[in-house]
Design a binder for this molecule. Structure first.
Ligand code: ZN
Length: 155
């Protein structure tokens, strides 16, 4: 959504700011002081002046995202592997509860990952404790799905 908004403030503010400030190009570190256009003269990348949050609060969001992505990746790949294994008619496949655990946890992980991406801004507005709880919950759910899978495999 932020990508579709026009750069703010206007480009006139960019050149006015750079008229008397030493600022390195974010791409090539060329000093942009005195720039009169909206492109870096060294690397030709377009530049904008932006207003950003001082503290983006994305640490817990990234931790939760990593937990959900780990669960989706590992469980999803294992599920596809065992599905292909059983489709080939192998006799000694994993017990069905372990494969069902992989399927359920893959669906949960995909849903959680989609919600985290969709609600990123709302996540950042939660309290620090709530953000940490969601991040820990993502990893605990991932660990619980692995424990459930291996407990069915061992029995
Ligand atoms: Zn540059």
């Amino acid at each position: 959504m932020a990508d579709t908004q026009p750069p703010f403030p206007s480009q006139g503010h960019l050149t006015a700011y750079l008229a008397d400030h030493d600022v390195p190009c974010p791409a090539c570190t060329y000093n942009l002081r005195g720039l009169t256009a909206d492109r870096c003269p060294e690397c030709n990348r377009e530049l904008v002046l932006q207003i950003r949050l001082a503290e983006p609060r994305i640490g817990a969001w990234i931790a939760a995202l990593a937990g959900a992505a780990a669960m989706l990746g590992f469980n999803g790949l294992l599920f596809l592997y065992f599905l292909a294994y059983m489709a080939r008619g192998r006799r000694y496949g994993p017990p069905w509860p372990s494969v069902a655990t992989l399927l359920v946890s893959t669906v949960i992980a995909a849903f959680g990952l989609a919600q985290l991406i969709k609600r990123r801004r709302a996540f950042g507005n939660l309290s620090a404790g709530a953000r940490g709880t969601w991040a820990a919950g993502a990893w605990l759910t991932t660990a619980a799905s692995a424990i459930a899978f291996f407990s069915f495999v061992d029995n």
